[in-house]
Design a protein around this ligand. Structure first.
Ligand code: IMP
Ligand code: MG
Length: 182
């Protein structure tokens, strides 16, 4: 697995430090609110698990699963809900926890969807952000790290469902996806 990685972008220690900084801000901003951390499956699992450890205010957690990516490295642009929230969003302050924002299509769809459910607020926290790739504008309240237009894996992020279990974020060698998509 490590042999498919061109470069390590964030080590496990760097991810923890970035997450702790963002959690501090969330702890202050959401004091006295009805915080729900809403992870998007599956990519956000590691970031969600890391982030929630450092949230010191009362909160609930939930997950949604949507599909917008096939097995390639490009967004399909279509978003389907595969699993909805189990907590009622009404009256809650929902903080969507995302692994990476690329085209913005997925989050734009989910934020609109949640706003229609009469929650009190909907904001986004993401581990990684690729602003140069945006097709749809989304307002990102908390972003741990901006990255260039690179395809990255690890710490929950996949290529064809593999590499999610790497404990760091790495840039995938192009030869891996060029080989399988031919
Ligand atoms: P968007 O709708 O294009 O913003 O798609 C965001 C989703 O695409 C993320 O939640 C990831 O699942 C996936 N994605 C985008 N860029 C990458 C990447 O570099 N590596 C792995 N998954 C990615
Ligand atoms: Mg994903």
């Amino acid at each position: 697995m490590d042999k498919d990685i061109k470069e390590i972008l964030l080590s496990a220690e760097e991810i923890t430090a970035l997450t702790m900084d963002i959690a501090d801000k969330i702890n202050k901003d959401y004091e006295g609110k009805n915080l729900v951390l809403l992870g998007l499956l599956k990519g956000s699992v590691c970031f969600m698990a890391e982030l929630m450890k450092y949230i010191k205010i009362p909160c609930q957690i939930d997950f949604m699963s949507v599909s917008s990516y096939g097995n390639g490295t490009e967004s399909s642009g279509r978003v389907n809900i595969l699993k909805d929230m189990s907590i009622s969003p009404m009256g809650k302050d929902i903080l969507i926890v995302e692994d990476i924002i690329d085209s913005g299509n997925t989050l734009s769809f989910i934020t609109q969807y949640l706003k229609s459910k009469r929650c009190d607020s909907v904001e986004i926290v993401t581990l990684l952000n690729k602003p140069d790739r945006r097709q749809t504008e989304v307002e990102v309240k908390y972003s741990c790290k901006k990255i260039d237009d690179l395809f990255v894996v690890g710490f929950g992020l996949d290529y064809a469902e593999y590499y999610r279990n790497l404990p760091y974020i790495g840039v995938l060698k192009e030869s891996v996806y060029k080989k399988t998509s031919e």
